[in-house]
Write a protein that binds this ligand. Structure first.
Ligand SMILES: [Zn+2]
Length: 422
């Protein structure tokens, strides 16, 4: 199994099963209903966990909830904790409705503050961080490998809005702890006074807390490479912790097409996408893009995904044609988790059992299950079958018309009939 690694800039081989494969995928900052693009790292992590387990790996997936952040204070002055709690519930409900299950751990920053304080104390003791008037900063100059992940020159780094440049020894330094400022309605006690952790340190600590000082895969959107992941890596490696070995950065979702590009600033949420297109079409849409590349979300690409879902559903409505090679699907996914290639393999299969098993990896096994027709239609179909058996084709045709008028189609199959919504 090979995956592209941002850190080594090549395809790297995973250890042989059973691994373990310990994975940390950066989760959302919770201050609003999540954008449909936020579903990409969630879905990628969940699919990868399913596939690796299928291949015999022991997998642990951690996906954090950033519920302490500048954006939350800005979005709900005086009620940031309530907004964060509400938006966490939204996120869990919306991603839950994707039907892929949930990560093994969903740690929250608010529940990790004592561990974060201890980690910062270690960085200070080792000379990699320094307190300054209630803040604590990471000393970038103390870690010569800084920039190894992103290739970014540290002098290009911009400060986060809430950082006080004057307190830094070096403008490249970044905050690990931020003293409470006016208008911030939550704070935690620390050796440096009341405050709250910076965003980057939250992830270093939550990852190491649940997975240990070394783990196999770290994931997140391409927009997180710098500064977020560069800083995570610096915080952990400066203490001698190997931290993540393989870094996966997914391409970002772009809103394209006429309708979408007109609605600038009016982004589609996961909830809206689920309501408008359905869970299956949304998952299939995510499969159409290789995870490292940008993915175009538009009315057109979603209509294509819906049509593909129908084509796959229809395979289960025609007679089973055994045959097909499971190894072809595995080969596509073992080669940098190429879901478009996997989809092409699935589209070639007419073997019901094999196709259902393949679709199941992506949470699409439901395409094999037809909606249940209402009992009165089943009874009409049974009467039609009896009429046909008696060669009363006029009666059979009338019953078919009645079923069609109710929005269903009846198909004759080897062992009876199938009712399919039209
Ligand atoms: Zn993170």
């Amino acid at each position: 199994m090979r995956l592209y690694n941002t850190l080594t800039r090549r395809l790297d081989e995973l250890p042989a099963p059973p691994g373990p494969i310990r994975m940390y995928f950066c989760g959302p900052t919770v201050y609003a209903r999540a954008h449909v693009g936020n579903a990409v790292p969630f879905v990628l992590g969940m699919w990868l966990r399913r596939f690796l387990r299928e291949r015999g790996y022991e997998v642990t997936l951690v996906h954090n909830i950033t519920d302490i952040n500048d954006k939350i204070y800005a979005a709900a002055p005086g009620a940031s904790a309530e907004l964060a709690a509400q938006a966490t519930e939204w996120y869990l409900a919306d991603t839950g409705d994707l039907g892929l299950g949930m990560p093994d751990h969903l740690p929250k920053a608010t529940e990790s503050v004592p561990q974060i304080v201890r980690f910062i104390e270690e960085l200070i003791a080792a000379g990699h961080a320094y307190p300054a008037e209630g803040d604590v900063y990471f000393r970038v100059a103390s870690y010569p490998e800084y920039g190894q992940l992103s290739g970014q020159r540290p002098d290009q780094m911009e400060e986060e809005e809430s950082e006080t440049v004057a307190l830094k020894e070096d403008r490249r330094d970044f905050a690990l702890w931020k003293a409470t400022k006016e208008g911030e309605d939550t704070s935690w006690e620390s050796p440096w006074g009341p405050g709250r952790p910076g965003w980057h340190i939250e992830c270093s600590v939550m990852a190491e807390d649940l997975l240990g000082p070394v783990f196999e895969i770290h994931g997140g959107g391409l927009d997180l490479v710098f500064p977020h992941h560069e800083n995570e890596l610096a915080q952990s490696r400066s203490l001698g912790h190997p931290f993540a070995e393989l870094w996966m950065h997914n391409g970002l979702l772009r809103f394209t097409g006429e309708k979408m590009s007109k609605s600038v600033g009016n982004v589609t949420t996961i909830r809206e996408a689920l309501d408008e297109y359905g869970r299956e079409a949304l998952l299939l849409f995510f499969m159409t893009g290789q995870w490292r590349k940008p993915l175009d979300f538009s009315a057109e690409t979603m209509a294509q995904a819906q049509a593909q879902v129908e084509r796959l559903r229809n395979v289960f409505r025609v007679p089973d044609e055994p045959g097909g090679d499971w190894g072809a699907l595995v080969a596509a996914l073992e080669d940098d988790f190429n879901t478009p290639a996997a989809l092409a393999v699935l589209n070639g299969w007419r073997d019901h059992e094999l196709l259902r098993r393949g679709l199941d990896l992506f949470g699409l096994g439901s395409l094999a299950e037809d909606e249940n027709a209402p009992p009165e239609l089943v009874s009409l179909a049974e009467r039609r079958e009896a009429a046909r058996a008696e060669r009363d084709f006029a009666a059979a045709d009338e019953l078919r018309a009645e079923i069609e008028a109710a929005g269903w189609e009846v198909r004759d199959v080897a062992d009876g009939f199938q009712l399919i919504p039209k």
